[in-house]
Design a protein around this ligand. Sequence first.
Ligand code: HSE
Length: 439
Amino acid sequence: MEPVRIGILGLGTVGGGTVALLRRNAESLRRRLGRPLEVTRVAVQDPDKPRPADLSGIDLTTDAEGVCTDPDIDIVVELVGGVDNAEPLVRAALGHGKPVVTANKALLAERGNELFRFAGEKGVDLAFEAAVAGGIPIIKALREGLAGNRIQSVHAIANGTANYILSRMRTQGLEFEEALAEAQDLGYAEADPTFDVDGIDAAHKLALVAAVAFGTPINYDALHMEGIRAVTGEDIQFAAEMGYRIKLLAITRPAVDDGVEIRVHPALVPESAMLAGVEGVFNAVEVVGDAVGPTLYYGPGAGAEPTASAVVGDLVDVARTLGAPPEYRVPYLGFHAEGMREPRWAPIEEVETEYYLRLQAKDQPGVLAQVTRILAEEGISIEAIRQKEPLPGEEDVPVVLLTHTTRERAIRKALAAIDRLDVITGPSQMIRLEEVGTG
Ligand code: HSE
């Protein structure tokens, strides 16, 4: 059988892993597909740079657009990253009738609706398993395996770097900056860690997951996003003393009143929760379906061959349906175009959950009475309250509270009032507490 000819744009970590994996597993892939998958051209910025991958028989070029328009290429794999530089390349390939496999979460989170529409007009595939949670096949699970369900919630640890930092803060008693420096030394975090630690990378992934879970257009702008910079070693320690761990979670679920919640933020999870056991750079996604109940998908969220595993999985799918009419393929986001609905994206103030609060207070009589009065006025019920020892060299004391389930609007209003009290000496901390599955 004729080989399926693949052009790859970008030969960084994932590109190199993809070439290596296609070579190493060539025979088993041929058995699965009935045809060989063959990388014939790769576009790179610097063709003279030494590469770890075996590139024999591959045409290395600096002309990325030429790969996208080459009539001898059947499928284009976009691994250059970025939004403005990648979009024209993806459009060029789709415009020339070539399916595209991409790992580019930022591109799809921000321009995905237009790109899927364009791919649809051209009648070609645009596959993106590698864009979400690296090697975990969560897009396929949500789009196909769980298609019989109405999705009730998705809670994901979708950024390995942030998870590594929080894990090290807990196990080694580090502060955020120390754990970040360690993650940078190990090559997990970039010199500019913004995407990972401010929640942007997890948010890009969540925007795609929500669309696939609920059959909505991708709406990155609807997302509420908070990163992990404000989580202190104290918070992690206090949470642990109460039986919780702090994770950066990407969450989407039907909203309490109406619509869909979509949010990325640090959250307390019980230490008995399955997600609490996900440590280091690993990712995990917990999906609850109305029929199946809770399911958990765990694995490496980054890295050369784990991400290449997702790219090659997509290549097999796309190669199987090359030239087939679009109605024979799974829709890009898993829902028929006529079944897609823009929901009401619920604002964060409508979220109902439990809350961890840490206040910095003067150590004098009546402080707790003032705090609890304000919480009571907002109808917030307290589950636990503890005054901690002052930090060395400080007179103020941390006061930690856990609330029962309440509305975020009420918590915000109460905290604003608490922070205005004379006896409160620093800004208060608020971290949501999420109900997730226990093992
Ligand atoms: N930088 C990401 C992470 C991997 O730390 O999980 C790529 O999205």
